[in-house]
Write a protein that binds this ligand. Structure first.
Ligand SMILES: C[S@@+](CC[C@H](N)C(=O)[O-])C[C@H]1O[C@@H](n2cnc3c(N)ncnc32)[C@H](O)[C@@H]1O
Length: 398
C-alpha cells in the first residue's frame, strides 16, 4: 500500500470501501472472491487498498482489541507496534512523573511507527510531538490519533530522529527499528536510528525512555540508567531504559498487574531440592532479580547459575509459578520413561533451564500413554543433568 492509496482510504468514498471490505471478510469470503466483489463498485487500486487494510485490522485485533476496528496499519507497523498494555504501563509511568516541558509539548517520540506508544502517551494525557522516517507510517499514525479522538494532543511529522532536538521537551521517547533488510536484529548497533544516534539524543534530553529488545547486552545500558524488563502474562515482551527518572538500577515489571521488583541486595543460597519448585518470571531473570524472588518464597537456588528456586514453603506469588516436586532423578530417558509409565502419565508439560535436551524429541521418545499428566523440569545441578517430576500447585494449602 502506498501513500496515495492510503490517503484515498481516508476520503468518504475510501471509508465506504473499507467498511465494505471489512464486512466482506467478516462474511468469510476468500481473497479472490472478496477482491472481485469490491471491484464491482470501486476502482482496482482502492479495492486493493481497502482489502489490505481490512485484513490488517482483522490481524490487529489480537494486539489492539476493539481499537483495531477503527485503526489503520501497515504490515511492519503492526508487527513493530508496542502492545497497548505495555505502552500504557510506560505512559502512566511517564505521566506520573509529571514531567514539565520547558516550553514545548511534554514528550518527543522520535520513531513513532503507527503510533502504539504515541497513542498510549496521549491517552495518559501527555501531549506528544512525534516523527518517523517513513511518510506512509506518519500518515497512518496521524489517522490513528484522529480515529481515537487524540488529535488535539498529538503532532506527527515525517523526519529523521537524528535531526530531532529533544532539549525543549520533558522526555524523549525512542523505539528504534530493530528490523533490517535481513530480518530482526538483536544488535543495538544495527538499530535504526543507530545506537550512537540514540545515545546522543538521550544525552541532550532532560529525561528519556528507550524501548529495546529484552536481550539487550548489559554493556549497552548507559551508566546511571534504569533498565526495566516487562513481561505480559508470563512472557517477556521488552526492556526499557530510563534516564533522568530517579536512581538507576534494574527493575522487573509484570503486566497486567503492574507488580514491580527492584534490586534489594538479596543474595540467594543454593540447596537441595525441597518440596516446592518455583520458576521465576523471565522479567526477573533478565533483570538479575532471581535472588529477590527467592527471598519472597524463602527459597534457595538449585544451582547458582540457573533460575530455579526451591523451598519448603508454599508461597503464592505472581513472580514465580509453583510446582510440587514428586520425584528427583539424574536425567535418563529410560528411567524417566519407566516412572511415567508406572504413573500412567499420558500428557506432560516439559520445562527446561540449563538443559540442552531437545524437548520435542524427548516428548516423542517418552512414548507416553495414560490418563494422568505431569510437569517435567529439566535442569542442571552442579553440572549434572537432572529431571524433576512435578505437579502444578493449584491451591494455597501446603
Ligand atoms: C519499532 S518501530 C516504532 C513502533 C512504535 N513505538 C509503536 O508502538 O507503534 C520503529 C520506527 O522507527 C522508524 N525509524 C527508523 N529509523 C528512523 C529514523 N532515523 N528516524 C525516525 N524514524 C525512524 C521506522 O520507520 C519505524 O516506524
Amino acid at each position: 500500500m502506498d501513500l496515495d492509496a492510503f490517503r484515498m482510504l481516508l476520503t468518504p468514498v475510501g471509508r465506504g470501501a473499507l467498511d465494505e471490505a471489512v464486512k466482506i471478510l467478516a462474511d468469510g469470503a476468500d481473497p479472490v472472491a472478496a477482491a472481485s466483489a469490491l471491484r464491482r463498485g470501486h476502482p482496482p487500486d482502492l479495492a486493493a487498498a481497502a482489502l489490505t487494510q481490512a485484513a490488517l485490522r482483522r490481524r490487529a485485533e489480537a494486539k489492539f482489541g476493539p481499537d483495531a476496528a477503527v485503526m489503520y496499519f501497515t504490515p511492519h507497523g503492526l508487527e513493530q507496534a508496542t502492545r497497548p498494555e505495555v505502552a500504557a504501563h510506560r505512559a502512566t509511568r511517564i505521566q506520573a512523573t509529571r514531567i514539565q516541558a520547558t516550553g514545548g509539548p511534554a514528550v518527543l517520540d522520535v520513531c513513532c511507527g503507527i503510533g502504539g506508544d504515541l497513542l498510549a502517551l496521549a491517552r495518559a494525557g501527555c501531549p506528544v510531538d512525534a516523527v518517523d522516517l517513513d511518510p506512509l507510517t506518519v500518515e497512518v499514525a496521524r489517522a490513528n490519533a484522529a480515529a481515537l479522538g487524540l488529535s488535539s494532543l498529538v503532532d506527527v511529522r515525517t523526519g529523521d530522529a537524528a535531526l530531532a532536538d529533544p532539549g525543549g521537551y520533558g522526555l524523549l521517547f525512542a523505539d528504534p527499528a530493530r528490523r533490517g533488510a535481513r530480518g530482526r536484529t538483536f544488535d543495538p548497533m544495527a538499530y535504526s536510528p543507530t545506537w550512537p544516534v540514540v545515545l546522543d539524543l538521550v544525552a541532550r534530553a532532560p529525561a528519556a525512555c528507550l524501548k529495546v529488545a529484552p536481550g539487550i547486552p548489559y554493556e549497552f545500558i548507559p551508566e546511571g540508567a534504569e533498565a526495566e524488563w516487562v513481561s505480559y502474562r508470563g512472557e517477556v515482551k521488552e526492556a526499557a531504559i530510563w534516564t533522568g527518572m530517579g536512581p538507576g538500577g534494574r527493575r522487573a515489571t509484570l503486566l497486567p498487574s503492574g507488580a514491580t521488583l527492584t534490586a534489594s541486595g538479596a543474595e540467594a543460597e543454593t540447596g537441595p531440592v525441597s518440596r516446592y519448585l518455583y520458576e521465576p518470571d523471565g522479567a526477573a531473570v533478565r533483570a538479575h532479580l532471581v535472588a529477590e524472588v527467592a527471598a519472597l518464597v524463602s527459597g534457595r537456588l538449585l544451582d547458582p547459575r540457573i533460575a530455579y528456586i526451591t523451598s519448603d514453603r508454599l508461597v503464592r506469588t505472581e513472580w514465580a509459578p509453583c510446582y510440587e516436586v514428586t520425584d528427583v532423578m539424574p536425567f535418563s530417558l529410560k528411567r524417566l520413561r519407566a516412572v511415567l509409565r508406572e504413573r500412567r502419565v499420558g500428557a506432560v508439560t516439559i520445562k527446561k533451564r540449563g538443559s540442552a535436551v531437545d524437548v520435542e524429541r524427548l516428548r516423542k521418545d517418552l512414548r507416553l500413554s495414560g490418563d494422568d499428566s505431569a510437569v517435567i523440569v529439566l535442569t542442571r545441578i552442579e553440572e549434572r543433568p537432572f529431571a524433576l517430576l512435578c505437579r502444578p500447585v493449584t491451591s494455597t494449602n501446603g
